[in-house]
Design a protein around this ligand. Structure first.
Ligand code: DX5
Ligand code: ZN
Length: 217
């Protein structure tokens, strides 16, 4: 079964509470896209959104840090107990140290890769991480077109995982929808982030149910 993490960036913020509660029990995580206007052109929100979500839902939070100083944000989100924290490879010169810190704070440590960053850049760190977040669009905005080369990256990562008998998870983020979810899951993806495909749908619950049923075999 695939895990689903709707990105609230694509939700209507004037009624965020209703949008989130409608999916309670139907999804595995809520995905928080944190953007600083430097690492990515856009600005979104910081830890206050995690604080607010913790008040209304028990669904685990998955934090995607698209910021130039992820080590600071890791500390600022920690009080709200995120289940997953993903930091970008492209801005982490001391990745091993930051991964250990994320785990020490009680979260699963994921490393995110921009579309142009090769999977093999993570070759040496794979045994120490809980997951890899493969970006299938350039980070910064929801509603962008899925980059087809992503399947190859997911397959390669899945093969590396099997060959080395590791158990990290593979998350795919950007332009994911029911139309490409099946191929992503059969390529090796475990967690699918969906923004506009869920929150732009007439019936977000049925989109989640449909994708969550997908299995690898
Ligand atoms: C892009 C974000 C994604 C995005 C997903 O920078 O990391 O999580 O919001 O939205 P969709 O599914 O609409 O591409
Ligand atoms: Zn994201």
């Amino acid at each position: 079964m695939a895990k689903i993490s709707p990105s609230i960036l694509a939700a209507d913020f004037s009624c965020l509470r209703d949008k989130v509660l409608a999916l309670e029990g139907k999804v595995d995580y809520f995905h928080l896209d944190v953007m600083d206007g430097h690492f990515v052109p856009n600005i979104s929100f910081g830890p206050i959104i995690a604080k607010a979500l913790r008040k209304i839902t028990d669904t685990p939070i998955d934090v995607h840090l698209m910021v130039e100083n992820p080590a600071d944000f890791v500390e600022w989100f920690a009080p709200y107990g995120p289940e997953i924290v993903a930091v970008h490879y492209e801005v982490c010169p001391n990745l091993y140290r930051l991964i250990n810190r994320i785990k020490e704070l009680g979260s699963k440590a994921f490393v995110a890769l921009n579309p142009h960053t090769p999977v093999l850049a993570l070759e040496d760190i794979l045994p120490y991480i809980d997951g890899v977040l493969i970006m299938s669009v350039n980070p910064g905005f929801s509603g962008q077109k899925f980059i087809e080369g992503t399947y190859r990256k997911v397959e390669l990562l899945h093969k590396l995982r099997e060959a080395r008998e590791l158990d990290f998870e593979i998350m795919v983020d950007g332009g994911v929808s029911p139309s490409n979810a099946e191929k992503l899951v059969s390529s090796g993806a475990d967690i699918l982030v969906m923004g506009s495909a869920v929150f732009g749908a007439e019936d977000p619950v049925s989109v989640c149910e449909q994708v969550r049923k997908l299995g690898r075999y």
